[in-house]
Write a protein that binds this ligand. Structure first.
Ligand SMILES: *Cc1c(COP(=O)(O)O)cnc(C)c1O
Length: 365
């Protein structure tokens, strides 16, 4: 079986380094905070090219804390792409704001600037720029719009570690950015983890306090915060994996290029677009096909696991049943029945990828 994701294979390729890092945390018994966390925060900030990094419990908390730290007007409207994982919109509601869904670009799948412009009202306070599937949003365009309308930009980089817009790494291109280190992400921990990056020191400090009970010292609490921390075990593992991510990303890009070269002469398949200004990190390689279920089943029966990201556009979910945008016609609400994610990642060999292509070609023959 060609797996969609194979975390144990990756672990065995770096086992010695990971085991060493984990046992040093166990030996030091410094589980919360400490040198491993500090060093990961510094290393990750450098990797992203941001001035500050704060480790937090997961990518969803990262979004909630970032939005809270921005101190936006209560009940303001925040623009969220309709094509994303629910965490992107959940964080908006959880922090007391209103979700306004925005359509996606047809083949790069990131937020549509045209629709952003249409959705801005006097109550809009921020835009969540999700670099979906690993493709960066058009940050110049978004920053222009945000400046003109006095909006904040929160980059949701959960799927885009190391992706670049015009040569600049995502995570420092808006006001604040959030990352997830969920195990299946391009940079994944062995449990939950997340981070917030920003060039604004005061904003980053505010996030650190919110995530740590509003405190500046052990029992000195300036306000009520919460508990959401990246623990030392995860930080030590992430420090090891950060040294490999460039290689892993290069492999993803190679696989994507192979898919594009070998599937482009099938008119039935709509391949993902990579904008000329994008360094795509291919967290997912998503194609669109009208006979999605049949192709998915054919591939599975022939030993290839695939995924669907996401089967239901956010506005159509039960969670948004009472949301006034439920019935709005959006391209991504029509496309969701045709999306199919092909396997991609460092666990695949050239032969595996070639086999996937051959099976798809066979299906369409
Ligand atoms: C995974 C993901 C998140 C949430 O991250 P968790 O660490 O699972 O909480 C947020 N946004 C997007 C786009 C994601 O893919």
């Amino acid at each position: 079986m060609i797996k969609f994701l194979d975390l144990s294979k990756q672990y065995f390729s770096i086992k010695k380094e990971v085991d060493h890092a984990v046992s040093s945390v166990l030996n030091e018994a410094s589980f919360i905070g400490g040198p491993h966390l500090k060093s990961f925060e510094e290393n990750f900030a450098r990797y992203v090219g941001a001035q500050n990094c704060v480790g937090v419990g997961n990518g969803t908390d990262a979004l909630e804390i970032a939005i809270e730290a921005l101190d936006l007007p209560k009940n303001s409207e925040i623009l969220v792409p309709a094509n994303s994982f629910i965490a992107s919109s959940e964080a908006v509601t959880r922090t007391g704001h209103k979700v306004v869904f925005v359509d996606a670009c047809p083949n790069s799948y990131v937020i549509s600037l045209e629709d952003v412009k249409k959705k801005i009202t006097s109550k809009t306070s921020a835009i969540i720029a999700v670099h979906l599937y690993g493709h960066p949003c058009d940050m110049d365009g978004l920053v222009d719009i945000a400046r003109g309308a006095d909006l904040k930009i929160i980059e949701d980089c959960a799927q885009a570690h190391g992706a670049k817009f015009k040569g600049k790494t995502v995570g420092s291109l808006g006001d604040i950015a959030t990352f997830s280190f969920y195990p299946g992400k391009n940079l994944g921990a062995y449990g939950d983890g997340g981070a917030i990056t920003s060039n604004d020191k005061a904003l980053a400090e505010s996030c650190r306090m919110i995530a740590n009970h509003g405190r500046i010292a052990k029992y000195e609490h300036q306000f009520e915060g919460r508990n959401s921390r990246l623990d030392a075990l995860q930080a030590s593992i992430l420090n090891v994996k950060l040294n490999h991510i460039e290689n892993w990303t290069a492999k993803r890009v190679e696989i994507a290029d192979y898919y594009i070269a070998n599937l482009s002469n099938h008119p039935e398949i709509c391949l993902p677009i990579r904008q000329p200004w994008a360094d795509h990190v291919y967290h997912l390689f998503v194609i669109r096909v009208s006979d999605r279920e049949a192709l998915k089943k054919f591939l599975y029966d022939n030993g290839v696991e695939t995924g669907v990201h996401y089967p239901t556009a956010l506005p159509k979910l039960k969670a948004y049943e009472l949301h006034r945008q439920r019935n709005e016609k959006m391209l991504c609400s029509i496309h969701d029945s045709t999306l199919l994610s092909l396997p991609i990642g460092d666990h695949l060999s050239e032969r595996d990828v070639d086999y996937v292509c051959k099976q798809i070609q066979k299906f369409y023959h």
